[in-house]
Write a protein of this length. Structure first.
Length: 481
């Protein structure tokens, strides 16, 4: 039987070249560079194997490499052991082994976990096969289940950690909106000589005139359909007219822009349901909207992911314009991303109500959301801003938030309620879009709700107590085409 002897320890050429750790005796020579040291040989690891020459470094390296290639290692007292259980298919892989990547095992390559079920008290084992993470469907990830243990998802929710790090869609939309707003100012400057309209009427938002806003794509029903109270033969003050009352009038075609509307054709600029999202009434309007978009909206995007946020944003924005087109005064243009932003506010309501027992200080958050909602509705009474866009965006945001926002369910009952609401939200959103778009193209959409106009209009003598079209202009002397 071979005698096992303890020899002075041997370090490899670099401390990390083998990825293993072991306990050693103090080195036999002074250490000057901790990453390039030479020591004596290690002990033989199998009976009958001779002890390497303590002074033959090449033999020591050969001995060490030979045993490393066979999967043999030594513990802190130089007893041999094998790391065979750490090969693929086993669950007890060691941290050092996997960090070094031996045998192709990558259990610690990606700190992903899988929760087998959302039941309190159940443990969530480490992923043994990284393919298991990849096999989680995108739809399940979108809804926030199955990727992390329940406790980890709750902790991330409380810390504000979302699905992604950067709100790319919010950033891109912000850049586009700023560029479009600059274009609005240029158009108004070319027509009136100043980027901000002061004549014939001052824009309270410090922006272009109403004619300029209509010309660049504001929601304006007479350019979108046949409005009996505003026929296509109607003439409007020209964009370059600063007199009060106006002394130059232009055709309907020049006002609508985008190629205009021929005299014998029905207006059909349906894209005005979409373009107002990118337009703003003035500096005050765009600053308020972008502030909300880059704070609350960006956080919602990081929690939902860019794909879900994109769908939510445009569904809320478009539906807000559809609702406003139905019930706002037909002669008043409307612009702004407020409907889309109110959609993101609605998601914050969904988040709070679904995670009332998870989020920090839910009562305080509720107070802030109520204040935010009240202020947003108050702003909706300012000219060129539409409360129906706000309320429509809020409603569609609630529905799409229920459909797409990742909700953490701690009990089976909570999970059942969430899924019932998710399923119910889908047909409800479709029905609302279909019914209101059809109602918009009727000759008199006001008939469906005669009092709704007061939600976005304060009755005054200037607007004829919120009755009629909302147009206020006077034609006098000359006509321009």
């Amino acid at each position: 039987m071979a005698n096992y002897t303890r020899s002075p320890p041997h370090y490899p050429e670099t401390l990390t070249s083998y990825g293993d750790t072991s306990s050693h005796y103090p080195p036999t020579e002074p250490l000057t560079d901790p990453t390039h040291v030479n020591h004596g040989p290690i002990s033989p690891l199998s009976p009958g194997e001779p002890t390497p020459n303590p002074h033959d470094q090449n033999a020591n390296d050969d001995f060490y490499n030979r045993h490393m290639s066979s999967g043999t290692d030594v513990d802190e007292v130089y007893n041999p052991y094998s790391d065979e259980p750490a090969k693929p298919g086993y669950s007890d892989a060691s941290l050092v082994h996997n960090a070094a990547g031996f045998s192709g095992v990558k259990d610690y390559r990606d700190p992903e976990y899988i929760a087998p079920a959302d039941h309190p008290g159940e443990s969530a084992p480490l992923v043994k096969d990284m393919g298991a993470v990849a096999s989680v469907s995108p739809w399940r990830r979108l809804l926030g289940g199955g990727r992390y243990p329940l406790e980890q998802r709750i902790d991330q929710k409380r810390r504000g950690i979302g699905r992604q790090r950067y709100p790319f869609v919010s950033w891109v939309l912000t850049v586009v909106m700023v560029a479009v707003f600059i274009y609005e100012l240029v158009v108004n400057s070319q027509q009136q000589g100043t980027p901000v309209s002061f004549h014939p009427v001052v824009n309270p938002m410090l922006g272009p005139s109403s004619s300029a806003l209509i010309n660049v794509g504001a929601r304006f029903p007479p350019c979108m359909k046949d409005v009996t109270t505003v026929p296509i033969s109607t003439q409007f003050p020209c964009m370059n007219d600063t007199a009060n009352p106006p002394d130059r009038i232009c055709t309907f075609e020049s006002l609508c822009g985008f190629g205009g509307v021929a005299a014998n054709e029905t207006p059909d600029q349906w894209w005005r349901f979409i373009t107002p999202i990118f337009l703003h009434a003035g500096f005050v309007h765009i600053l308020l909207n972008l502030l909300a978009q880059l704070t609350a909206g960006a956080q919602v995007e990081k929690e939902m992911g860019s794909a879900g946020f994109f769908l939510l944003y445009f569904a809320a924005g478009i539906f807000g314009n559809v609702l406003g087109g139905n019930f706002s005064l037909v002669g008043v243009p409307s612009v702004g991303a407020s409907g889309a932003i109110f959609g993101t506010v609605a998601v914050a309501w969904v988040d709070l109500l679904a995670h009332w027992r998870v989020v920090y200080q839910p009562g305080r958050r509720l107070v802030f959301l109520v204040i935010e909602l009240v202020l947003g509705i108050a702003v909706g009474f300012i000219p060129y801003v539409d409360n129906f866009a706000h309320l429509g965006g809020l409603l569609m945001g609630l529905l799409f938030g229920m459909m797409l926002y990742p909700i953490i369910s701690q009990t089976p009952r909570h999970k059942l309620i969430v899924w019932v609401l998710r399923i119910a939200a889908i047909p409800l959103a479709i029905v609302l879009f279909v019914v209101l778009i059809r109602n918009f193209y009727k000759s008199d959409p006001y008939a469906a709700c005669s009092w709704c106009r007061y939600l976005s209009c304060i009755p005054t003598s200037a607007n004829n107590q919120c009755k009629g079209t909302g147009l206020s202009y006077t034609t006098t002397t000359s006509t321009n085409t």
